[in-house]
Design a protein around this ligand. Structure first.
Ligand code: DGY
Length: 323
């Protein structure tokens, strides 16, 4: 039997690339740079499966091929708002993602950011590296206590719940949730969490607000100037979801004028480009989209793509089919 042809758009952990190559006719992208829309169009006219990541912006122009050969876009990652799902559907292309396997690591990173921002870890490290530390003193880089504070979680899916688990059971935080659909009472009970009706209800209650909702048009700039104004003046915003959820101009203003305590971002609107005003804010911690960046999670994401491909090419509905 002829093996299906598969294009991997970026470099993956070696162990996964090896297993993929044993099962399929695999084309690896050895340059490890995102494909252009034109290259993507050529790819879907050529390969049975294309395996993209968040850095492939798969909009109508990239999917506009006449003879589409690709039957499945098996995304390496849980978020798939970089793919125009409606256009893919009209081209008859199935889409899968990789949920679950990165939830714990992404939640770990959200906690890392929360602690770094509250305890001014970025500022401290910058000071040391610049040779500016003059030694211990009682008022030096005083931060904010995290334990026992109120954490607002926006989006209570798998990652949001893992954050709640860490924050509630590890740090004794009180959990408040905003989620578009009603969260089952037994799920809330695990974290002694309270669900509020609107995001506007959540913002003023919290010492920390952590975002775990999808990106895309629907949630674009959900955190805007009005919502930032609702936050306590010493509260922190944490984003490990998608950059576009936050209006970065409004956030930069809030940080510069200290209308909130600080923020920590792992994702950026238009990344890898960074809003230059944000980069000037000392009360901001920034990481380069590292949420799932552990060897364990990145390998598991690859194996999850393999599972989805096996389901698809064996004639079953892929376990993580999203469209
Ligand atoms: C995800 O899985 O969505 C991560 O952000 C990487 O794409």
């Amino acid at each position: 039997m002829v093996k299906p042809s598969v294009l991997v758009t970026r470099r993956w952990p070696k162990i996964v690339e090896r297993q993929l190559s044993e099962k399929y006719n695999v084309q690896l992208n050895r340059t490890d740079r995102p494909l252009t829309p034109e290259e993507f169009r050529e790819a879907i006219a050529k390969y049975d499966a294309v395996l993209p990541t968040v850095t492939d912006k798969i909009r109508a122009d990239a999917l506009d091929a006449r003879n589409v050969q690709t039957k499945i876009l098996a995304n390496y990652g849980v978020g798939y708002t970089h793919i125009d799902v409606d256009v893919a559907k009209t081209q008859g292309i199935a889409i899968t993602n990789t949920p679950d396997v990165l939830s714990e690591c992404t939640a770990d990173l959200a906690m890392t950011l929360m602690l770094m921002a509250a305890r001014r870890a970025g500022e401290g490290e910058r000071e040391l590296r610049a040779g500016d530390w003059s030694g211990w003193r009682p008022t030096h880089l005083m931060g904010t206590k995290v334990s026992g504070k109120v954490l607002g979680i926006v989006g209570f899916g798998r990652i949001g719940q893992e954050v709640a688990r860490r924050a509630h059971h590890g740090f004794g935080m009180k959990i408040v949730v905003f989620n578009r659909s009603k969260v089952a009472p037994d799920v809330l009970a695990q974290f002694n969490a309270q669900q509020v009706a609107t995001l506007d209800d959540l913002m003023p209650l919290c010492d920390f607000v952590s975002l775990h909702c999808p990106g895309g048009q629907e949630n674009r700039h959900m955190i805007n100037a009005n919502r930032l104004n609702l936050m306590k003046e010493d509260a922190f915003l944490i984003n490990t979801a998608r950059g576009e959820v936050v209006n970065e101009h409004a956030l930069a203003q809030a940080l510069m004028f200290d209308t909130i305590g600080g923020a920590a971002l792992d994702v950026f609107d238009g990344e890898p480009r960074i809003n230059p005003t944000l980069a000037q804010c000392d009360n901001l911690v920034m990481l380069p989209h590292l949420g799932s960046a552990t060897r364990e999670a990145r390998e598991a994401m690859g194996f999850r793509v393999l599972d989805n491909l096996a389901d698809f090419f064996d004639g079953r509905t892929p376990r993580d089919r999203v469209a």
